[in-house]
Design a protein around this ligand. Structure first.
Ligand SMILES: *Cc1c(COP(=O)(O)O)cnc(C)c1O
Length: 367
């Protein structure tokens, strides 16, 4: 590929010296799990998000799951999730024994529709998990108002939106708690798996620190049946380095997005991402839509432009959720989105010339 979908190696090599120094520091420390590096990263990430706490965990799925567990959500409870999201959001609810209740998005922004959320609330609903999909914040104020009215928890899934803003406020500080993934391809990515939870709730933070570490605060004393879901010292050290460039790298993504938005405007059949008036997107992905998506992807590949589909199949139609008995046609907005979306190359090491090449390839595609 002349323009790969994502050049992870280039992104990490942009900070090669600092990352190597951090990894060497951990190697020579002789301490590899829950130590100074995790502590330092948690403090830095909480400060970045503007929350009282950040708790490092093993990955993004665990981050959502552990929040639900810490709130005591389980069998018989319902958790509202987007019908269009990565399956992790649903699985976190299922793994607690709760029922994921899908709600359709606003088609323009791809994010949870507060009016439809209101209609989906039942006496069993305990939580809402808005996903800041593709890097753009969901409309949080109406969701928080619903939560107050119905005594629900709002758990942000911020896995795609590190550093994004909603009305000028950082994602991760908007709900009762937020989950982040540091999977390598995310805007803040480790060299392996990692995750974190941010919250202002002291009691929740205390529970989560116990739950992630075998239910133990004091070694070999287990207060609750916990889990092993810890962020490694090595990943935390790398993440502390990468956090220092997150805003600068998100700015680079915004510059690429601005080129795409300007230069791809007005192509028949092509739908560009809509930026809501409250949002400063982190542009994790630049997702376009086209009714002949597969043909477009093929032609771009032939022109040397890498693309990915996020995602080809919505959770309700995945074999993993066959037991819930959903069928095609039940969540039409999610289904049409999944049939038409295509993610163009996006990343902080792309240049304006790279973006121009993608633009020409899209314009040249005969559809
Ligand atoms: C990546 C992702 C997750 C899961 O994160 P992992 O670290 O891979 O477990 C959850 N939700 C969304 C929306 C994601 O994109």
């Amino acid at each position: 590929m002349t323009i790969p979908f994502l050049d992870l190696k280039a992104i990490n090599l942009a900070q090669q010296d600092d990352i190597e120094a951090a990894m060497r520091r951990v190697l020579h420390s002789g301490w590899y799990v829950l130590g100074k590096e995790v502590d330092a990263f948690e403090k830095a990430y909480a400060a970045y998000c503007g929350t009282r706490h950040a708790i490092g965990v093993a990955n993004g799925l665990d981050a959502i799951f552990l929040i639900l567990k810490a709130y005591g959500i389980g069998p018989g409870d319902e958790v509202i999730v987007p019908s269009n999201t990565y399956i992790a959001t649903w699985l976190a609810a299922s793994h607690c024994g709760a029922t994921p209740v899908p709600v359709e998005p606003v088609e323009g922004t791809y994010n949870l529709d507060p009016a439809r959320v209101a209609a989906a609330i039942t006496p069993r609903t305990r939580a809402i998990i808005p996903v800041h999909l593709y890097g753009q914040s969901a409309d949080m104020d109406p969701l928080m108002a619903l939560a107050r009215e119905h005594n629900l928890k709002v758990i942000e899934d911020g896995a795609q939106a590190h550093g994004a803003l909603y009305h000028g406020r950082k994602v991760g500080s908007l709900g009762h708690a937020a989950a982040f993934s540091f999977y390598p391809g995310k805007n803040l990515g480790a060299l392996g798996d990692g995750g974190a939870i941010t919250t202002d709730d002291d009691d929740l933070a205390q529970k989560l620190r116990t739950l992630r570490n075998y239910g133990s605060q004091k070694k070999y004393h287990n207060e609750v049946p916990g889990f092993n879901s810890r962020l490694d010292e090595l990943q935390a050290a790398v993440l502390s380095v990468k956090l220092t460039t997150l805003d600068q790298f998100n700015q680079k993504r915004r510059e690429i997005a601005a080129i795409y938005l300007r230069e791809l405007d007005g192509i028949p059949g092509l739908v560009l991402p809509q930026v809501a008036e409250w949002a400063e997107s982190a542009w994790h992905l630049f997702v376009i839509r086209h009714p002949q998506r597969d043909l477009l992807a093929q032609q771009l590949a032939a022109a040397g432009v890498g693309t990915v589909i996020h995602y080809p199949l919505p959770p309700h139609l995945q074999p993993a959720y066959a037991e819930l008995g959903y069928h095609a046609g039940q969540f039409p907005i999610a289904e049409i989105i999944h049939d038409e979306v295509l993610s163009l190359p996006m990343g902080p090491t792309m240049t304006a010339a790279d973006a121009a090449e993608v633009v020409s390839a899209v314009r040249a595609a005969c559809l």
